[in-house]
Design a protein around this ligand. Structure first.
Ligand code: CU
Length: 92
């Protein structure tokens, strides 16, 4: 069983445990967004479709948008957060 995920004119079919995360930075700060225990594929950055870029951190620039796809194949809790030092220091 597959899911259909579309970015602009690009359609892909993923396993049922594949998820797309859409992020929009509502600030002018750069945020290094990190997904623990998984790798994701960057499918869009700043409105431009991408493919073949696998990472576990994406730098989300000020007021920028990004989309990533990942397969949830690692059971258990997963942390998804910004590694911006100020946020980690203040736990916000
Ligand atoms: Cu982290």
């Amino acid at each position: 069983m597959c899911r259909r995920l579309t970015t602009k004119n690009v359609t892909r079919f993923c396993p049922v445990n594949c998820y797309r995360l859409r992020m929009r930075n509502a600030s002018d700060d750069i945020h290094p967004i990190h997904l623990h225990r998984h790798s994701f594929e960057l499918t869009s950055l700043a409105g431009k479709p991408t493919s073949g870029v696998f990472k576990d951190v994406v730098m989300l620039g000020g007021y920028q948008e990004a989309e990533v796809d990942f397969i949830a194949d690692n059971p258990g809790l997963t942390l998804f957060h910004s590694h911006q030092q100020l946020h980690m220091d203040l736990a916000s």
